[in-house]
Ligand binder design. Structure first.
Ligand code: HEM
Length: 780
């Protein structure tokens, strides 16, 4: 089958005008498809400016919020270069709803060139007449061409309806061809696949039914007026989907109800594209609201095999399928692929500044997104005094981390750093006794040889136990007791914190209940430790400080200050810094090792020749295994644990280049502007590496060997950042990671991945983790 001239478009925007569901409050996952229409955006974009209510700037009127109705209407706009085309896909069930929501959303109606009716059903056609008139009015007001095509299937039923027991329920008639033409549209009838609007869109013909579980719409009927008879019409054969070919992504398709079956439709779309591109997104009705659980299950399994990146089931899909998708294909409803989103921003970059883009976020935040090593260097060291966490970050993060090393600048920050640094001197971190105890406990929980288990979960529990013991003198024992309340609260607070950070000014609308409850749970855990350290008399602390073994981080803090809040803030901050970062790095290392038995074997050989099969490694041993070091470096190159970071300009300042017509002048950054940098995106920039050769594998591939002959240029490899705020726990982390790897590899000869290795994705919250866990099998 041919592609029929479907061209690749650069970008795609879908404005949902009518849908069954309305939820302007739940935030989208931070890095999913960009969503508009949330409460925050509505407030910020409200036309009702205020000048008489103190500092309030806008009034959000309830009448500005869209309403939902049983039906679907989506305005799809595709852009290629300077050319834009817009299609209205269905018009919802009622004229009033369509008109009201259009008045609220204010889309550019004059630009609509074509309306496609997905199929003859009143919940898609009910708003058509009004939509045509309003589009024509908008065109007239702009003085634009009046041409408006209405793309319809020729087989319009006189009525549609459905059986309810023995009774037939009729729907209202769809608008007639004559009425639609009279409203101002040129009718174009098609039952075959065709492309429209310069090949930007493809409208399917009838969808072949190939799956055994998609059987059409149970009980659907069609009325023939001439015969005054109702007939069974479960196939709803006139349904046609809309699809586009989105650059760098693949097929994006819109289904009205998916009566042909959403899997049949998706498979047909892949066929129509000659199987030449992946299925990226399916948006619209999946018609599973009334289906049996088995059908929902079969659909989700089959969709999973087609591996879409985004699923946006709406209209008649029903909540059950959304729930099943979230369970079976986590990440597709709320896709967490921040790298793609981040890199995608550089489509808007100019030739003068290809690796830094300026973005103006809602609420007047100006941000520079950069993956340029010179920029990162300027922010972290060259212009260190001009950039900091800033007041916004401090305010946003202080409920969780208070006035600690993470949230402050200037004197406050340097005091914290001085206080914490002594805990990370070599003598303290070269004591590997905690690592030994915890890795042994962890390995005792591994599944039996040959059985699959999630190694990542154990790494997270182990690093929590190590870090709490290192900081507080007593571990939390999450390895033995995984369901602890604290463990859950710590993860939940981090998740919400990241959300609040990326949502910028709109975060004010995010409910804080779970966040506050989580912080209370953390405090309930940490504060008793703090109080018991403060209960020690000063001379006792003094005595303890002479004994390396029993003098903990907590004691050091209590020795320095008697303020429980200061101690609590620093403890929670270092716990955050030290726990997930290390667990994520270990997880990625084993994820990669499980795919490369050759690398695993080579690493194991080095370990066995250094420490034998059972001896515990010393700090010196860990330093003396170059291939082990290369393996950890390579893991941190592909997966730097803190993938995204932010600094605010504390004064008017600059970034070293990217300004001026040729990009050779500094970029002006004003006080309050944000610079968002990604070591993850930067360290994956192919242009920063030598050409691929026998000695240097493709930089996208995991290859510890590259480190044997290559050293990264300054500021191009900075998993621990650099400059005055470089990670204070770097050596502690490297020792913990290396120690754990040595102990595991000593014991097991082979490692195998037990999940779908290719399906893995980088889930970025504060720390970037393997989104699907690390399911493996070990063999002795
Ligand atoms: C693989 C593991 C680790 C990685 C990749 C890592 C990475 C980083 C990065 C990128 C920063 C800079 C954050 C910023 O300035 O916004 C940082 C800061 C920090 N890290 Fe780590 N870290 C790791 C492990 C640890 C551990 C184990 C500890 C302590 C137990 C720790 C303690 C800290 C502290 C206290 C800071 C704040 C430094 C400051 O602002 O002056 N880190 N880390």
């Amino acid at each position: 089958m041919a592609l029929l001239g479907l061209v690749e478009v650069d970008s795609l925007e879908a404005l949902i005008i009518v849908d069954n569901e309305l939820d302007p409050m739940s935030p989208a996952a931070p890095d999913t498809v960009q969503l508009s229409g949330g409460m925050g955006t509505l407030g910020m974009c409200s036309p009702h400016d205020l000048h008489d209510r103190g500092e309030a700037v806008k009034e959000l009127r309830m009448s500005d919020i869209c309403c939902s109705a049983h039906g679907l209407s989506v305005l799809v706009t595709a852009t290629k270069g300077n050319v834009k085309h817009s299609i209205l896909f269905d018009a919802g069930p009622e004229e009033e709803v369509w008109a009201k929501n259009v008045a609220r959303l204010r889309p550019d109606l004059a630009s609509v060139e074509l309306i496609q009716l997905s199929h003859w059903h009143r919940d898609h056609s009910g708003g058509l007449l009004r939509a045509i008139r309003m589009i024509q009015d908008a065109k007239a007001a702009r003085g634009a061409s009046h041409h408006l095509t209405l793309d319809l299937h020729p087989a319009r039923p006189d009525y549609r309806g459905f059986m309810l027991g023995e009774k037939i329920i009729s729907l209202e008639a769809d608008p007639s061809f004559d009425d639609l033409a009279a409203a101002g549209a040129t009718i174009d009838k098609h039952d075959e696949v065709h492309t429209v609007l310069d090949g930007f869109f493809l409208i399917s013909g009838e969808v072949p039914r190939v799956t055994p579980f998609e059987k059409g719409l149970k009980g659907a009927m069609r009325y023939n007026g001439q015969e005054d008879e109702w007939y069974s019409d479960e196939a709803i054969a006139d349904e046609r989907f809309l699809m586009c070919n989105l650059k760098g992504k693949g097929i994006v398709m819109f289904t009205g109800c998916g009566h042909a079956g959403v899997v049949n439709s998706a498979k047909h779309a892949i066929e129509l594209a000659n199987k030449s591109m992946p299925l990226h997104a399916v948006v619209g009705g999946f018609h599973l609201a009334t289906s049996e659980p088995q059908q929902v299950d079969s659909t989700v399994r089959a969709l999973k095999k087609l591996d879409p990146a985004v699923l946006l089931p709406g209209h008649c899909s029903g909540w059950r399928v959304k729930f099943a998708i979230e369970r079976q294909i986590p990440g597709t409803l709320s896709e967490n692929r921040l790298l793609e989103y981040f890199n995608d921003l550089f489509r808007h970059a100019t030739d003068a500044s290809p690796n830094c883009v300026e973005v103006n976020l809602a609420g007047g935040w100006r941000s520079f997104f950069t993956r340029d090593p010179e920029h990162v260097k300027a922010v972290l060291t060259g212009n260190f005094a001009s950039y900091g966490k800033g007041e916004i970050f401090h305010e946003l993060w202080s409920p969780f981390l208070g006035d600690s090393i993470f949230t402050t600048d200037g004197k406050q920050w340097s005091n914290s750093r001085q206080l914490i640094r002594p805990m990370f001197i070599k003598d303290r971190i070269s004591d590997l006794e905690i690592f030994e105890r915890k890795t042994q406990t962890m390995m005792s929980l591994f599944a039996s040889p040959g059985e699959a288990f999630d190694l990542m979960d154990l790494f997270y529990r182990m690093t929590l136990d190590v870090t709490t013991e290192f900081l507080l003198g007593r571990g939390i024992h999450s390895l033995e007791n995984p369901q602890g309340e604290f463990v859950h609260a710590f993860a939940e607070v981090q998740r919400i914190q990241m959300l609040l950070t990326v949502l910028g000014p709109i975060q004010a609308f995010i409910p804080r209940g779970a966040y506050k409850r989580g912080i209370k749970t953390i405090d309930d855990f940490v504060l008793p430790f703090v109080h018991s350290a403060l209960a020690l008399p000063v001379d006792e602390l003094e005595k303890l400080s002479k004994s390396e073994k029993s003098f903990t981080f907590l004691h050091a803090l209590a020795h320095f200050t008697r303020d429980p809040k200061v101690i609590r803030d620093q403890v929670v901050s270092v716990l955050l810094a030290g726990r997930d970062t290390t667990a994520a790095t270990l997880s990625w290392a084993f994820y990669e090792l499980s795919h490369y038995p050759g690398i695993y074997a080579k690493l194991r050989a080095e370990i066995l020749s250094t420490v034998g099969p059972s001896r515990a490694p010393t700090y010196e041993d860990l330093k003396n295994m170059p291939y082990l070091r290369h393996t950890v470096n390579e893991t941190l190159r592909l997966y730097p644990a803190v993938p995204y970071n932010i600094r605010f300009a504390l004064t008017d300042t600059t970034l070293p280049h990217g300004g001026g017509p040729h990009g050779d002048l500094p970029l002006t950054v004003l006080q309050g502007d944000a610079v968002i940098y990604s070591t993850y995106a930067m360290q994956r920039r192919a242009d920063l590496y030598p050409a691929v050769s026998d000695k240097f594998a493709d930089p996208a591939v995991f290859s510890p060997e590259r480190w044997e002959t290559w050293t990264p240029k300054a500021w191009q490899y900075i998993p621990f950042n650099g400059g005055p705020r470089i990670c204070i726990g770097q050596n502690f982390a490297l020792a913990e990671i290396a120690y754990t790897m040595v102990r595991i590899l000593q014991k097991y000869e082979r490692l195998e991945y037990a999940g779908d290795w290719e399906a893995q994705f980088h889930k970025a919250e504060i720390v970037g983790t393997p989104g699907k866990g690390v399911n493996v099998r070990f063999n002795p």
